[in-house]
Design a protein around this ligand. Structure first.
Ligand SMILES: [Ca+2]
Ligand SMILES: [Ca+2]
Length: 508
């Protein structure tokens, strides 16, 4: 992007006017925002922000705490935001191997910059707003992970024992851990009404938000620092902030949204200076690292690898979803089959037991052209039905073995992958999350198959079971579904294995 284009874009963002009737006008505040890629500068600092404690900034986000016990970290804006109306959107990832995580994250809008403390990594008795993503269920009410807002005038201490339930001005039960996409929290404060919307992390559509809480007559400071903090305890999660975007909101027609000529020039100079610094830093880097600058296996490959990995992971997810659906379909067909057999069994048992079964003249529709059974059931037919059922059962058992095998390998790779990438910054967050997702999916598939295998067999007493109308318990559909299933699993596994081999090559 050329300097002119970039400048035009920045100014157009700054001067953004809403065209909608009564909606407030939003102005992007770049000094109170951060977003990857290339989040950090050469000295690992984030422009206009500072981080402390166990927080680490990477190219694509800030890891506020790593998934290690008893860690605390925070990232704060260097300057206070001075605005009566505003909107903050924060994208976070909270990921951990355990089914339960701890302790959680907090998004702050407070008069003072926070210091390290007991409230999700930051100090208690804050003045202003805290929006908490509380992972751990301290009061054992089975109502966590929970998102809530608490306004404090500096006198109140957060009550961890009750998870702040009596102190909140509103909240919602949302599982924000281990989601395929970052979970986004949008906090809007406009005319003293506080609204918190949450994206559930299952989609990355920009406007996919659900209302979490809304409260009116909320009094917050006019000038406040913005921050995110997090803490782990006996249990631990990775707490990552992917981006933090701040807009000030202005009433339609209010002059505050306009940028005066003097301000525009100031912004222009500031931007040009910033752009020059960036270009100079790039040139310096290329001079200092001539081989790296043109090495396609250096940074660009890393980026390429990351996106490809994500894509393949998604393919695997799709494959797993396909398997799950197919297993459900098999289950449904088995139910249907069972139902039909019971129906026929009931009809047969209602017939006279004279040894000669009378002709079944009419089906439900009373149509004469339906096939007519005019003989007793032969032993070999019953045997064939039983054999077919046994074959089907064996195929399902094989399927379960394959699924368990894939699961075991995925867990092994996950463990070794975790070891290799320990401390690798924000880059492995996606992988870890993806591995958890695979694990869950595989568990789900495995459970489905277990249900199938353990299903009680229909009462197929050799003497009493007639062949079903199709002549065989194993219909072609069921057979091809079972074969297709194994094929899908093998392809999914090969794609996944190829991906991991690529990863292994990369590390060695
Ligand atoms: Ca808690
Ligand atoms: Ca609780």
């Amino acid at each position: 992007m050329s300097a002119t284009k970039a400048f035009t874009f920045a100014i157009s963002v700054l001067c953004l006017y809403s065209v909608f009737g009564q909606l407030p006008k939003a102005r992007f505040e770049y000094k109170y925002s951060f977003k990857g890629p290339h989040l950090v500068q050469r000295d690992n600092s984030i422009p206009f922000w500072e981080y402390s404690g166990d927080a680490l900034a990477g190219e694509d986000g800030v890891r506020v705490t790593p998934s290690l016990r008893s860690k605390k970290g925070a990232v704060w804006s260097k300057n206070p935001l001075q605005a009566p109306n505003w909107q903050i959107e924060v994208a976070v990832r909270v990921t951990g191997r355990g089914r339960i995580g701890a302790d959680g994250m907090a998004i702050w809008f407070t008069e003072q910059k926070g210091t390290e403390g007991n409230v999700f990594g930051s100090n208690d008795q804050w003045k202003g707003l805290g929006v908490f993503l509380d992972s751990f269920d301290n009061d054992n009410q089975h109502n966590n992970p929970y998102i809530m807002a608490i306004v404090n005038d500096g006198s109140m201490s957060f009550d961890h024992n009750s998870d702040g339930s009596s102190q909140q001005i509103g909240g919602c039960l949302r599982d924000f851990r281990n989601k395929p996409f970052p979970v986004r929290v949008r906090i809007e404060y406009y005319k003293q009404a506080l609204t918190v919307m949450v994206n559930n992390g299952l989609s990355n559509k920009p406007d996919d938000f659900e209302l979490c809480l809304r409260a009116v007559n909320v009094v917050l400071p006019n000038t406040a620092f913005l921050g995110v903090s997090a803490a782990t305890g006996g249990l631990a999660d990775d707490h990552d902030v992917i981006y933090f975007l701040t807009h000030t909101l202005h009433e339609p027609g209010a002059e505050t949204a306009k940028v005066s000529e003097a301000e525009r020039q100031k912004f222009e100079e500031e931007f040009n200076q910033y752009y020059k610094d960036l270009e100079r830093a790039k040139e310096d880097y290329q001079k200092e690292n001539p081989d790296k600058a043109f090495d396609p296996y250096n940074i660009p490959d890393d980026k390429l690898y990351e996106s490809e990995s994500n894509r393949e992971m998604r393919q695997i997810f799709d494959g797993q979803m396909g398997i799950q659906n197919t297993v459900r379909e098999v289950s449904r067909k088995l139910d249907e089959l069972l139902g039909r057999q019971e129906l026929v069994l009931a009809k047969v048992s209602s017939l006279p037991s004279s040894g000669q079964v009378p002709q079944v003249q009419q089906q439900a529709g009373g149509q004469q052209q339906q096939p007519v059974y005019s003989d007793t059931i032969k032993r070999h037919e019953v045997d064939r039905v039983l054999n077919n059922q046994n074959d089907l059962l064996q195929q399902i058992r094989d399927l379960r073995t394959v699924v368990n095998d894939v699961q075991a390998r995925a867990m092994t790779i996950q463990q070794s992958g975790g070891g290799v990438q320990q401390g690798g910054g924000g880059a492995n967050v996606n992988n870890q999350m993806a591995m958890h997702e695979i694990k869950d999916r595989l568990n789900s598939v495995s459970n489905d198959v277990s249900v199938l295998v353990n299903r009680p067999q229909p009462a197929m007493n050799a003497a009493g079971c007639p062949p079903p109308p199709s002549g065989s318990c194993l219909t072609p559909v069921v057979f091809f579904v079972a074969v297709g299933l194994q094929l899908v699993i093998m392809i999914g596994y090969m794609v996944y294995r190829q991906n991991k081999e690529a990863t292994a090559k990369k590390f060695y």
